[in-house]
Design a protein around this ligand. Structure first.
Ligand SMILES: Cc1cc2nc3c(=O)[nH]c(=O)nc-3n(C[C@H](O)[C@H](O)[C@H](O)COP(=O)(O)OP(=O)(O)OC[C@H]3O[C@@H](n4cnc5c(N)ncnc54)[C@H](O)[C@@H]3O)c2cc1C
Length: 452
């Protein structure tokens, strides 16, 4: 077991990965004005197939009993507002949209997630942000949910502090802040692509990139998101799982295009969605067990994205699940084609807590990953906590995100997620023995019923 020593002033720090975790950490460390920081990535920022690159991600403090995440969000919200102010001063659009969020349960009864989230928020002194809604109130305030209410999604509360972030724009924003603070970026499929650690025995001395160059560093931070488990030996601590996103383009006359006051929403089991964007996209996604893409050499799951597999869509099984859920929740979408679909990748830890820790078997290296599908909302704040861990400062975060043994009871800890059982395993994408895991064709993505 190697011991970790914080980097002395003047240290060269390499961060691999320019997604949410890497950039947020780079920026936080740059505020110290005492390190030489370089960030490496395979592509220019925003990286096309990074989990962080997207049109929207949910920003919520509603975390069931996971109060540490709730507190981190409460700390992060004013920073999102601050970024909006910075952008307004630059004449740019906001990155955080405080639309509020409606958390739905079914048949007159709140889910455990709903009950626990409201309780945790009230006990933290934030009860004023929550409003419990009657079925009538849901339909009056948000008429696009009328059919959902009639089909049983009749129990809901509204959190007015929640909303969504324009994740690609937010990534660009923090990237610019990093550049302005003097951070060096080495981006490119060869020059920026991490191939392996440069080390002497268990002492990490830097990294080697795909162009075979050695880059020396005093500390290396691996923030490679869902690729992490396939790049560094972490045993079974992290696994890449593919998760499903679809977009519709509702017609201009549809309630989704005309009704302006749309909040973010979530509904059991694990489905969630966003207001229609100004360019007419209606996004729905599923926070669930997901899919594997296991490589032959060691059985590790590796992200398979539309950068390397341009024609990839989503597995047939996922499409069926979405259509089945939406037939009740948003029946209007039954007559709409799925206009865009994507498998986007989580770096899943065993308990849904992040993994931000020195590597127990290697010196001078910190892993900053394990986002478990809920890291983007923390973009302005997570780097501040990671930077503390890099500097060897203990906190509740260093303890929760440390190298740990997880018992199966604590798995699926983000209660909004659909997979409640630690025994369930994701299916392999494109499994030749399972038709359901094949990618949908353009025909499959067409409307489930003919247009009216
Ligand atoms: C479908 C989906 C929906 C989500 N919804 C939400 C949500 O609503 N709210 C929320 O808070 N979070 C959400 N998340 C989670 C959020 O997107 C992630 O927590 C966050 O983006 C993780 O950031 P990251 O930096 O760890 O990973 P990434 O953003 O994936 O960044 C990793 C970076 O590492 C780089 N990299 C990989 N390999 C190498 C290499 N060999 N060399 C150099 N660089 C490399 C990649 O190019 C990439 O840029 C969602 C995720 C997905 C997939």
């Amino acid at each position: 077991m190697s011991t970790y020593t914080p980097p002395p002033s003047g240290s060269r720090i390499i961060i691999v990965g320019a997604g949410a975790f890497g950039l947020s950490t780079a920026y936080a460390l740059s505020l110290k004005k005492k390190y030489q920081i370089s960030v490496f990535d395979r592509y220019q920022v925003p990286v096309p197939d990074a989990a962080s690159t997207d049109i929207s991600k949910v920003v919520r403090m509603d975390y069931g009993l996971a109060t540490q995440n709730m507190q981190l969000m409460i700390e992060g919200l004013p920073l999102w507002e601050q970024w909006n102010k910075e952008r307004a001063a630059q004449g740019k659009t906001p990155v955080f949209h405080k639309t509020g969020a409606v958390f739905f349960s079914k048949n007159g009864q709140y889910s455990d997630y709903g009950i626990q989230s409201m309780q945790s928020i009230r006990e933290a002194g934030y009860g004023h942000v929550i409003e419990e809604l009657t079925p009538q109130a849901i339909m009056e305030r948000f008429p696009h949910f009328k059919l959902a209410v009639e089909n049983g999604y009749d129990t809901a509360y509204f959190n007015k502090e929640a909303g969504w972030c324009d994740s690609s724009e937010a990534i660009k924003h923090v990237y610019e802040k990093c550049v302005n603070n003097g951070i060096q970026f080495i981006l490119g499929a060869n020059t920026g692509c991490f191939e392996k650690l440069y080390r002497q025995e268990n002492k990490v001395l830097g990294i080697q990139t795909k162009d075979q160059k050695i880059h020396r560093a005093d500390r290396v931070i691996i923030a490679t998101g869902p690729w992490t488990a396939s790049l560094i030996d972490l045993g079974d601590k992290l696994t890449a799982t593919g998760q499903i996103v679809i977009h519709f383009k509702p017609p201009a006359s549809s309630i989704f295009s005309t009704f302006k006051n749309q909040p973010v929403w979530s509904a059991d089991p694990g489905f969630y969605g966003f207001p229609t964007t100004t360019d007419g996209k209606l996004k729905v996604a599923l926070h669930s067990l997901g899919y594997y893409n296991l490589r032959e050499i060691d059985g590790k799951s590796v992200p398979r994205t539309q950068v390397t597999h341009q024609d990839d869509t989503i597995p047939l099984k996922a499409l069926k699940e979405f259509r089945e859920f939406l037939a009740k929740f948003f029946p209007q979408t039954t007559s709409m084609d799925v206009y865009y679909s994507r498998v986007c990748w989580y770096s899943d830890s065993q308990d849904s807590n992040f993994l931000v820790t020195p590597h127990p078997g290697l010196e001078n290296i910190i892993i900053a990953s394990g986002d478990s599908g809920h890291g983007m909302k923390f973009l302005p704040v997570v780097g501040l906590k990671i930077a503390q861990i890099v500097e060897g400062i203990e906190s509740d975060y260093s303890r929760a995100w440390g190298w740990r043994e997880v018992n199966s009871d604590s798995a699926a800890f983000d209660a909004m997620r659909a997979c409640k059982s630690a025994d369930m395993k994701p299916l392999q994408l494109e499994d030749t023995n399972n038709e359901d895991t094949k990618m949908c064709t353009a025909q499959d993505l067409k409307a489930a019923v003919p247009r009216l």
